[in-house]
Design a protein around this ligand. Structure first.
Ligand SMILES: [Zn+2]
Length: 359
């Protein structure tokens, strides 16, 4: 029932923690995490996925809603056939100061990590990981330079539990005249921290996490942790070791290091329960509306919806109805679980698998 912890950041039950980036309280109820479950289960079977699916809109050579894919090799990006922001958007009329309207202008793109339908990020070679980050960087730079784009949100929905019907390895880019809410709040908190402390909020979080027990992976340029203020059980942040506001500030070696860190985090996720881990990954970067955001804390967030292999974190009364997050776990313990598993994917440990595919 009770939580004990040997680290100095003693975790108590009935605790709330302040989320410094979102500026909101998170409620921790790990003493209730083991309560009996009589609801649905979500065990994901290891179904066999083919390398090519003739019905997949993302596979090379296949038809899409508009046009068709070339026979691409490597990472491939294109404009979403049904974008949520559009250059064709005309300014709606009829709004007033109270019920305001505006055009949803901009664009949306899709990035396929690989032509191979059966792969996920964990299967990419070192070079392919770097290529994905390089393309994200290119798209952030080019889309962000547009007058009708104030923010570039790069995200991946992985698994049917977060609404992805197509397993083809891909992510999406929303680039429009709207700054997404969490980034807007991070701009506010980071700006205030910079003005009051003369320091970067991302660096303050990094210092505290490096001193704590929640680091799950490190390389020369990036650190992955379950943050002290985690909202989900297995939430992971990838933090840069130096102050960065966006991908365009990364050196080539940092691009490569980020790709490898994403692969390690997703590999550790899969190894946790020896099954593909569903998650929402979001790359948080400075808005692109022309203002100075050098204080903004670039980072990558992973939000997995599962608390256990067969238990979904339901967003219900407190979250949907009340607007605040309840985390039924202790972040120190969840970090220890992710740190304890192998950084080599469980599918690669079989002797019949090609271990050398990690070029
Ligand atoms: Zn496909």
């Amino acid at each position: 029932m009770t939580e004990t912890s040997s680290n100095p950041e003693k975790f108590v039950i009935w605790e709330q923690r302040w989320h410094p980036l979102r500026e909101e309280w998170v409620l921790y109820t790990s003493h209730r995490g083991g309560r009996p479950w009589i609801g649905d289960t979500h065990q994901t079977g290891a179904e066999l996925i083919p390398a090519y699916d003739p019905d997949c809109a993302l596979c090379p050579g296949n038809k899409r809603v508009r046009g068709e894919n070339p026979s691409y090799a490597g990472v491939y990006g294109f404009t979403n056939d049904l974008p949520c922001f559009s250059v064709e958007g005309v300014l709606p009329t009829g709004g007033d100061e109270f019920y305001q309207t505006r055009a949803a202008s901009g664009t949306a793109e899709v990035v396929c990590y690989s032509p191979d339908h059966s792969k996920t990020f964990v299967d990419l070679s070192d070079e392919e990981c770097a290529d994905v980050v390089a393309l994200w960087t290119d798209r952030y730079r080019e889309l962000g330079a547009r007058d009708d784009v104030d923010h570039v949100l790069i995200f991946e929905n992985k698994g049917s539990l977060v609404g992805t019907s197509n397993p083809h390895p891909h992510c999406q880019i929303y680039a429009g005249n709207m700054i997404y809410g969490f980034t807007e709040r991070e701009v506010t908190s980071a700006r205030r921290h910079h003005e009051h402390e003369g320091d970067f909020i991302g660096q303050e979080i990094l210092r505290r996490e490096l001193a704590g027990p929640r680091i799950i992976a490190e390389n020369a340029d990036f650190v992955a942790c379950v943050p002290w203020f985690a909202r989900y059980a297995y939430e992971v942040y990838i933090l840069p070791r130096r102050q960065l506001a966006s991908l365009v500030e990364l050196s080539l070696s940092e691009q490569s290091a980020l790709g490898l860190m994403i692969r390690e985090v997703t590999t550790r996720y899969d190894n946790l329960w020896q099954m593909p881990m569903p998650y929402v990954m979001a790359i948080h970067q400075a808005p692109t509306d022309g203002q100075d955001y050098r204080f903004y804390p670039f980072h990558v967030e992973f939000h997995p919806p599962l608390r256990k292999p067969d238990i979904l974190k339901y967003l219900a009364g407190p979250e949907i109805g009340g607007g605040s997050m309840t985390n039924e776990s202790n972040p120190d313990e969840k970090a220890a679980e992710l740190k304890a598993v192998s950084p080599v994917h469980y599918k690669k440990t079989s002797p019949v698998d090609d271990v050398n595919s990690h070029g």
